[in-house]
Structures are given as C-alpha cells and as structure tokens.
Design a protein around this ligand. Structure first.
Ligand code: URA
Length: 423
C-alpha cells in the first residue's frame, strides 16, 4: 500500500502514524506525487481524529526539513498567531535589536481579517521582504534586524497550508502547531516568543484552546532546541488603534518616536521586548527597553532596518494613507463595553486592506482607526472610528460592520489585562 493510503487508513480509524509514513507523505505531497484529493482526505482524518504529541513532532520535523534550514544562534524571533491591528513585530523587535540582541524573523502576508507583517511593511515605498539567504544573513549581522517572507523555508507547510485553507482543516491544533513551529525551526533563531491571540478576532476563541496551543508551541520548539516562551493575549478588540497596512506602520512609528499611543499597544510592545531580552539573558530587560525607547535608539534601528530592505526612511514621515476619510459616530451615550476585533477586521477587509483569497491585491492606504477603547465613555454623536477609504468601495459595508462591532453599556465594564497569561 502507498504511504498516503496507509496514512489515511490508519488515521481514519484513530490510529497513530509512524514517523516514516509521515515523512513519506510530506515528501510525496511537496513533490506533487501525492494529489490534493488524497492529502485532503488525510488532513480531514487528522482534523477529526487528532494527533498525539510524537506524531505532531514528526510532522513538524518533516515539514521543517522539507526545504532549506537556517541557523541563527543568539538571535531572537517572535510569532503571533494572528490578530487585528497587531503591530507588535513593528514595535517590539526594533527595541530588542536596539538592545543588542539580533532579530532574524520570518513573516507572512495577511489572509482574511488578520493582517500580515509583510503587507504592512510593503506599504513603505520600496520596501521588500524578498531577501536572498546571503542578504538576510548579512543584514542580521550588520543591522541586527531583518524580516524575510517565507519562501523556500518549510515549503511543505506552504503547500499543505494552502490546501487546509480550502478544505476546512485550518483550525486543528496539531496542524496549526506543526505549521507554525516548522517555519520557526527552519528560520533557526535561538530565542522565540509566541504571542497566542485569544478572542473574537483570533483563531483561538477560548482561553482553554489558546492555552493548549501555547503549550504545544513551546513544547515543540523546545524539541528543536529553541528557547521558547508564550504570552496569551486578548484579541476581543483591536490592538492599539490602527487596522490597515500604512495606518499600522504610522502608529508603530508614532510609538517608536515617543508619541501618544494606546496603552495596550505600549504595554504589549514593552513586555514582548522585555521577555525576548529575558530569554536571551543578555541584560536587565525592563530598564534596557526604556533606555532603547527614550534615547531614540529603537526608532533609529527601525529606520536602518527599513533602509536596508530597500525602503525610504523619509517615507516613514509621509506614509501613503488615503485622504478619503469618513467618521463613524456613537449612536448614544454610554461606556464602550466591546469594540469587536472581528467586526473591525472585517470592515478593514471590506475597504480593501486585506485579501479575501490568496493572491488578491491589498490597498496599503485604507483601513479603520478606532478612536475609543473598551472602558472609555462616549457621548452620542462623538466619533468612535475613522474609515480610510478609496472611492466608495466597501464603504457602506465597512460602516455597518464598525457600527455593529460597537457595544455600549450603562455601567463601565471591567477592563481585561492585555496579557492574559504567560508561560
Ligand atoms: N499560522 C500558521 O502559520 N499556520 C497555521 O496553521 C495557522 C496560523
């Protein structure tokens, strides 16, 4: 029997796949010897039956070894499971690099309502994440911060993820865990922080699921010799205020330059940076983070990084944000009890900031800026959000979505901490 038929037969009965079978299937699918219909059947069997830890580790290893592997000892990386308005990489990583711990990071593009760091950075004129191995390595050494788009690293994951996306098999814990860690293991950084998002705007809607994923990511990473840690962070409302590519870079720049930004973004950036410094045991983390910000070193590092990847540092002062702006107003007085990340993300998507399906073009200049956060009091008629749009495309739908995302209460709600748990 072929390896794929053996795997389907075993998994559909709830059996355990051997490492040899897993390797043969991953290699066969990557080389296109195994057709999509057979791989889909296996993925659905895994989705329904699950996978034990040893199987998940074997799958992760097979995917990590399906292409090139880099090694960046002494370097840091972070990974977010995807959220709305998540600009933590843009804010925390320049701080880490400015503190002398080099960052070698692999990033992806956005899909659906969750944005991707590559799309955000590409809103800076000239910027590219398409780096050769040599250029990536040189930049990590010379600038201390480089971000690469997943290309020939873990190619098996790229193929399998695309198939999962169209076969209803994305939200499976062993498949998510192996997909994420295979890419991180192939990138080769030594210190890694996972930001597992939890809430309406995230893959993981419940704290229990987020906790299970966080534990799996840390355990798998440990088996690849990576010193990893995880935060579980709230994603019921967007992080910070901007949702959309150039808008988010603009907010990140404002933060790095010491301008006014939302308390949640400011806390997340600082805590993520501090935890990465702690993992590398290089220095006393909190004072180092504050020094990097107050001295301007973190922003300077960001500018050098942008320049090294082809971007124009001057473009950071005038990002291509659309000039067409419409405000959304509060329908009555009250306290903001929810401002749903899922609805705001969908509104940004309707305006053209994200892609509905792979390969769609994104508009870098559009998106949503929320002007109020959970716990704030608002008066009827007060602006609660701004919609940055291009012509009338998606504007009405976006307005409805933002209005639907806003929940007001009579009493002030309890505010959630930004970081729900740490492990
Ligand atoms: N992000 C990934 O890289 N893979 C998944 O499976 C889900 C989120």
């Amino acid at each position: 029997m072929s390896s794929i038929l053996e795997a389907i037969e075993t998994k559909k009965r709830g059996g355990e796949l051997s490492e040899d079978v897993i390797r043969a299937v991953v290699a066969g699918y990557t080389s296109k010897d195994i057709p999509d219909y057979q791989m889909s059947a296996l993925l659905m069997a895994i989705f329904l039956r699950g996978m034990g830890y040893e199987e998940t580790l074997a799958l992760t290893r097979a995917m990590a070894e399906s292409g090139r592997r880099y090694f960046f000892p002494g370097c840091a990386d972070k990974h977010s499971t995807g959220g709305v308005g998540d600009k933590v990489s843009l804010t925390a990583l320049p701080i880490v690099a400015a503190c002398g711990v080099p960052v070698a990071k692999l990033s992806g593009r956005g899909l659906g309502a969750t944005g991707g760091t590559v799309d955000k950075l590409e809103s800076i004129s000239g910027f590219s994440c398409n780096l050769s191995e040599e250029r990536f390595r040189k930049q990590v050494e010379e600038v201390g911060l480089a971000i690469l788009e997943a290309g020939d690293l873990a190619p098996a994951d790229k193929e399998i993820y695309a198939l999962r996306d169209t076969t209803g098999t994305v939200d499976s814990l062993p498949l998510i865990g192996s997909s994420i860690v295979s890419k991180k293991a192939a990138t080769g950084a030594e210190f890694l922080l996972y930001d597992v998002k939890c809430g309406s705007g995230a893959f993981m809607k419940s704290l229990e699921d987020a906790r299970e994923l966080a534990r799996l990511l840390v355990r798998l990473s440990g088996d690849f010799g990576i010193s990893a840690s995880a935060f579980i962070t709230g994603m019921d409302e967007p992080l910070g205020s901007a949702v959309g590519n150039a808008l988010e870079v603009r907010e990140a720049v404002r933060f790095l330059k010491g301008g006014r930004t939302s308390a949640d973004l400011s806390e997340m950036a600082r805590r993520v940076a501090a935890r990465l410094l702690e993992l590398s045991e290089a220095m006393d983390p909190e004072p180092a983070v504050e020094r990097a910000l107050s001295s301007g070193a973190a922003y300077e590092k960001f500018q050098k990084f942008v320049e090294a990847q082809g971007g124009e540092p001057e473009a950071l002062e005038g990002l291509a944000v659309s000039r067409e702006v419409q405000e959304v107003l509060a329908p009555r007085d009250g306290y903001v009890s929810r401002f749903e990340a899922a609805g705001i993300g969908a509104a940004a998507l309707a305006l053209g900031a994200g892609r509905q399906k792979k390969g769609d073009e994104v508009d870098p200049g559009v998106g949503v800026e929320v002007l109020v956060k959970v716990g704030d009091s608002v008066e009827r008629g007060e602006p609660v959000a701004r919609l940055y749009h291009r012509d009338e495309r998606g504007l009405r739908r976006a307005k409805e979505l933002v209005e639907g995302a806003l929940n007001l209460s009579e009493q002030p709600p309890e505010r959630q901490p930004v970081i729900l748990e740490s492990l």
